[in-house]
Design a binder for this molecule. Sequence first.
Ligand code: FAD
Length: 460
Amino acid sequence: MADTTLRAAIVGGGVTGLTAGYRLSRGRGWEAIAVLEAAPRPGGNVATTRADGFIVEHGPAGFLDNVPETLALARDLGLTPVPSNAGARKRFLVHDGALARVPENPIAFLRSPLLSPAGRLRVLAEPFARRRPPGDETVFHFAARRIGTEAAAVLIDAMVTGVFAGDSAALSLRSAFPKMHAMESAHGGLVRAMLAKKWARLRGRGDAAAGGPSGPGGVLSSFEGGFATLVERLAAALGDKVRTSTPVLGLARRGGLFELATPAGAIKAERVLLAVPAAQCAAILHDALPAAAGILRGIPAAPIAVAALAFPARGFPHSLGGFGFLVPRRERLRILGALWSSSIFPARAPEDSVLLTCMAGGARDTRAVTLPDAALVALVMEDLAAVFGPLPAPTRKFIFRYEEGIAQYPPGHEDRLAALARVCGTMPGLHLAGSSFRGISVNLCVVQAERAAEAMAAGP
Ligand SMILES: Cc1cc2nc3c(=O)[nH]c(=O)nc-3n(C[C@H](O)[C@H](O)[C@H](O)COP(=O)(O)OP(=O)(O)OC[C@H]3O[C@@H](n4cnc5c(N)ncnc54)[C@H](O)[C@@H]3O)c2cc1C
């Protein structure tokens, strides 16, 4: 490929790579950059199918509107976030085979059937929990220590399924839920941290900006036309700087420049950002930085199969008033949960239909993603019928598979990132960002992308 040397090459055109490319390209003198994307379309995990009145998300449904970087990015792209419907604040868990609402306040919690009376009392004892043990604690261990094993198994395990499709006993609290870790570090407990936050608010000193004990908060938001509108706008703004169907096979450093190997030939660049999942990063760095590749192979990902099914709205046996439900592990179902997509955002299905987006697989069921479509739909239908009662056959089926769906941060993740930074530091101009590193949410991918773009613009 006859190519002049690029000032920057960004490998991976997911939301991380596109955002980094967009931010970099806004600076003066950064015309000669490229985003190299293996797939025929940019966007990575963020994708939307629009067909016959349906707007169907393949993966992420949206972002929480409490991170300024994503809001500013949307604004710069001329996009107005669409908040989820107010009714979608209601969330459910499967409990003894039926749907039970997740309590939203302490009174509702005390009345909730989700935990036994002893389990609820144990949650109330949170301020007296044992102190944090040394080392990198798992999410499950943390929750069991602070609010008891029952609440950890029912509430926290389901939350981890909902966010990471992960195993709460195999994820580092500090890396996967850093805010919760910080709440305990700063205030000695979750209740104390929440009281401190309330107190600060009463005194007019919100602490979210200071990195204090702000919970997840925020309203789930998306865009007109679906979440992919975000990556489509980014790609449109970058224009021919995005090169699709361009997989990067390897990287070498020669004469002070990076050389990226692609099937169409080498691409030279002064700086490189790898914005691809850890396994692909490892493959790209295998020859140039084998030590980095070894560390990267220690960051796994959980596969997910998504089945979005439409049913006639008339006669559907549930009002679907809410966000959807998650399935705690002790329930005998194979799906991880279902989003009631046509209830969450407006105009996601024709008036006469409802749309349910069901997830299967995750870290504990890595084979679900390999099931053929018919078997996947059969298992989803069986589990939906167990929750709702008999259902008619779906009128539309949209199936998506993510073999490396969501990055998992096992204990030791922070040490792994520190080691990675040391090894990559031996190759100035090489940067890494994306969901395998410092946050899996689109919000945190955007934040990482902005930081990477700043570092690339400032550094060698
Ligand atoms: C089912 C599902 C539901 C989710 N729901 C939510 C949600 O509701 N909210 C939320 O905030 N997050 C959600 N997430 C997480 C979020 O989607 C991801 O963490 C985020 O989109 C990752 O973006 P990324 O750019 O870092 O990586 P990716 O989206 O994985 O993009 C990486 C890109 O790199 C490309 N690539 C890989 N190897 C190469 C190579 N060698 N050369 C060139 N290109 C390469 C890939 O094709 C891909 O396009 C969900 C994820 C899944 C799977």
